[in-house]
Design a protein. Structure first.
Ligand code: SF4
Length: 218
């Protein structure tokens, strides 16, 4: 079956959070998520209700329906700067990218020289061949992907405690303060300090700050 890839937007930016903070990357934001419809009226009843991303539809810059893996890979490449220096990275995000990212697309991205990172909620198994798997567990959503490179936990979450995850097989454990500004709550500083305190007492965890928000970029 031929996959049609639905992509909300593609853009060049820096990775703002987690272990690769500061790395220039092409972001491919896939449409759709299995934990929320993306519509505000459904937020309160969604499994995941602190989302800060618009992943509905295909109407963003660079977005669209791609009928082949190579067309999407070429579209991603068109955002990469002309410079031949440095590793080319693409970050597959969403929404939930593992609803669509398949081995065909992984091969197409590798063929043109990309290293591939994925930002997933961990409720679906990742296909083979990814260069960086970052799992960000969400409360009430059972984890299927229990190994990878980075486990990034938004903190605090009512049902997810850091100690529930630190036995899993990840190289880096990142704690990221909950940002509730999109839901009208402005407790950012409180969450920031709570995460900082937790890391100071539990050095297995690294503090992950959303530097793209500080910079005012996507
Ligand atoms: S799992 Fe990720 S993309 Fe889906 S609603 Fe939650 S934060 Fe948003």
């Amino acid at each position: 079956m031929t996959m049609v890839y639905s992509v909300k937007e593609i853009f060049l930016s820096i990775q703002g959070e987690g272990a690769h903070t500061g790395r220039v990357s092409v972001f491919v934001r896939f449409s759709g998520c299995n934990l929320w419809s993306g519509r505000e009226r459904d937020r309160a009843g969604a499994v995941c209700n602190f989302c800060d991303t618009d992943f509905v539809g295909t109407d963003g810059r660079g977005g669209g329906q791609f009928t082949t893996a190579s067309a999407l890979a070429e579209a991603a490449l068109s955002f990469w700067p002309q410079s031949t220096e440095g590793e080319k990275w693409v970050i597959c995000t969403g929404g939930e990218p593992l609803l669509q990212l398949d081995t065909e697309l992984i091969s197409a991205l590798h063929r043109i020289g990309f290293k591939i990172a994925v930002e997933t909620n961990g409720t679906l198994k990742a296909p083979d061949g990814l260069d960086w798997i970052c799992v960000s567990p969400k409360a009430d959503a059972p984890l299927q992907q229990t190994c990878g490179h980075e486990l990034k936990l938004v903190y605090p979450q009512r049902a997810n405690r850091p100690e529930d995850f630190e036995h899993l097989d990840f190289d880096v454990f990142s704690l990221q303060p909950l940002d509730e500004t999109q839901t009208g709550n402005t407790k950012g500083d409180v969450h920031m300090h709570a995460a900082l305190e937790y890391c100071l007492a539990h050095p297995k965890w690294r503090l992950s700050l959303q530097t793209h928000k500080v910079l005012g970029v996507r």
